[in-house]
Structure formats: C-alpha cells, structure tokens
Write a protein that binds this ligand. Sequence first.
Ligand code: SAM
Length: 393
Amino acid sequence: MSAQAPILSSPLLQRVQSTLEAAGGWLPFDAFMQMALYEPGLGYYARDTVKLGAMPRDGSDFVTAPEMSPWFGRTLARQVAQALQATGTTEVWEFGAGTGALAQQVLGALALPDGAASAGGPLLQKYHIVELSADLRQRQQQRLQAMAPALAERVVWEDRLPERMAGVLLANEVLDAMPVKLLVRKAGVWHERGVGWVGSSAEAAGQHVPAGLVWQDRPTALRPPVDIPGNHDYLTEIHPHAEAFMRTLGDCWVQGAGFFIDYGFPESEYYHPQRSAGTLMCHRAHRADDQPLADVGHKDITAHVNFTGVALAAQEAGLDVLGYCSQGRFLINCGLLDHTEPLSLAERAQLARLVNEHEMGELFKVLTVAPRTAGQADWVPLGHAVGDRTHTL
Ligand SMILES: C[S@@+](CC[C@H](N)C(=O)[O-])C[C@H]1O[C@@H](n2cnc3c(N)ncnc32)[C@H](O)[C@@H]1O
C-alpha cells in the first residue's frame, strides 16, 4: 500500500479499528504501539520491508550503531569475551538482532586468533537470537548462514527463554522498541493518553472529518515515577513493558552478564520539568516525526529508555547493576580507538559517530546487569572501567 492510500484501506488499521471496537472504543497507547509495531504480518517490524540501514536510498528508515560501523560489534566483542571469561559462560543471547549485523560482527571478532581460544576451547559456543519479528529473523538467517560454517552453526534462533539461562546478554536498541504508556498532565490533572477512532460520518461545524485514529485522554491514577514540579501541561511516557522484560530475565537467568545499549536517561533527566513533550518519536526514511497515529505500520515508533526504571526493575528481579555509562565512554574503554590497522577516512568518520557527544556517544548509554550468582567472581566490566555513572541512576 502506498503512503497516500486511503486510511481505511490498510489491513492494519482495520485490525486496530476492530480491536478498538471490541475494547469499547479506547486503547491505551501501549496496546496500540504493540499492534503498530508487532501485529503479525502487518505491524511495522512484522512487514517485509527494509527498516534498518545506513541510508534512505537503501529503503531503510533508521540507522543503528551496528549498521553504521562494523567497529561497534567488533569493539563490543572485547567486552563479550571478558564477560564470558569472568562469568564462566560460553553462550551469547542477543535480543532483537535487527538485520544480524551485530551478531555477525561479534561472532567474526571472537573467531579471530586473539578472540577465539581460551584454554578450554572456543570462548563462544552458542549464539542464541531472540527476535519478535519473523521478517527480521529471516533476514538474520540469510546473513548469518552465509558466514563460515564454523561460525554459522553456532547461531540458533529461540522462540522462548529456557528455564535456566546462562550467558552474556546483548540488546542494542531493543528496550526503546518496547511499547510505552503515555501520561499527560492537563490543567493539573493526570490522564492516560490513548487512541480512539472517529468515523468518517463525523461532521464538525459543517466540516467533514476524515475517518481515522485520534488521541483520547482519560483521567488516571497512574503517575510518572517521580513528581513533576510545577503545574504546567506535561506529556511523558512510562515503561511497563521494558520493566517487565527485565523481570522476565530475572526469572530464568542464572549466570552471566547483560549489556543493554540504548538512547535514554536516568529518571531525574527523563522526567525533568522542562521535558514537557516526552520522547515519543517515529522514524521513516531517516526522518523523525511525532505523529504515531499517521501512516500506522509504515514507520518505527520509539521512546527513550528510563534507565533508572530499568535498573530498579532488574534489581527487584534479583539482578545486580554492574555499570552504567555513555556509549562513547563504554566503547573507548573497550578499545574502539586502539586500532593498529589503518582505517579509511569514511571508516574513521563512521567510528567517530559512535562516540561523538553530539551524535551517538552521549545520548546512548550502556546499562550492564548480572544475576546475583554465588561464586561468580567480582569483576569490573571493561566498558565501565573509567567514567562509570551508576551513581546518577
Ligand atoms: C530498533 S531495532 C534494533 C535492531 C538491532 N538490535 C540493531 O541494533 O540494529 C529493535 C529490534 O528489537 C526487536 N524486539 C523488540 N522487542 C523485542 C523483544 N521483547 N524480544 C526480542 N526482540 C524484540 C525488534 O523486532 C527489532 O529487531
């Protein structure tokens, strides 16, 4: 369907409309976002489109660090190697692997002579991928099965988590893709912002109102996790799905360390009184907009991560926080800039975007958590050796 096609001709919108009707005419935004992104066969991530890539000309909508530079995954691999050794684990679990770029980079780097062997054999025996999107899973399979057989055969796709999971967890830009709830304070009263449907027959002051989705706010007892000083109108998000995800990990993860990389802030910054328009954003053809109810299913919808909330949920689930810092600091600590081989100007420019403060270096953070495992040695993750900011959470 082209972006210009009439709104009702979209099967996804028809599905949203019937879900809305069944729900009495109102859906909380997280339920809508879940459908817009993940509705089987129809949602943005479920559809057979390019989605992730470096440039709009390749048909993609946004770029992520592993799509930008292979040095992202190659550098992260040093952290993975240290974590595997320090926690006595031999498996990686990657969540939301996108096109498989990060998996390819990490596997490739760990297969290099200095990354492959520890005293007891290969450091990394299995690379598990947990991916919600059937389309992306297929793209990952095409890409990773083309690697050398010794690497390709270590990759497995999982539909669910095991009862006991041990290994190093990776999730790059996954928490930001989990549905959020919207809260809006209007004239001093908190509402939950949800989605309703206005039929094409509606007429307002003689003007035709096209059929489609509309914002609808309902008074709520829900609140942001911190008080927002002032009485001004204020729109923000809360993140029950990302927090539930950490609790799910806590239920089965017994050994290892996990690295969660994403854009976001601690709650004092997230819920700053001046951040009164929230962080919800859409991405299409490498352009951002703030209209998630338009072109549903044809663009990514995302919100920044409240890292304090994620860290607290992790702790409540029996996990420890091992570190929190900017992506720039993390990658530099892991040796991103210690290249011995010459890089081209283009490669150096891509690499700089990963760490420059005005690009991905500061907005993106790395949160590292680990199960509270008796007998797991105390260790400091390489990426958090200098400049850690756990105290800001
Ligand atoms: C913004 S993309 C990032 C892709 C990739 N990690 C990268 O950096 O290029 C978000 C990815 O997370 C996946 N995803 C979202 N929620 C998930 C969940 N609960 N479990 C596993 N994958 C999830 C999406 O299908 C998608 O592959």
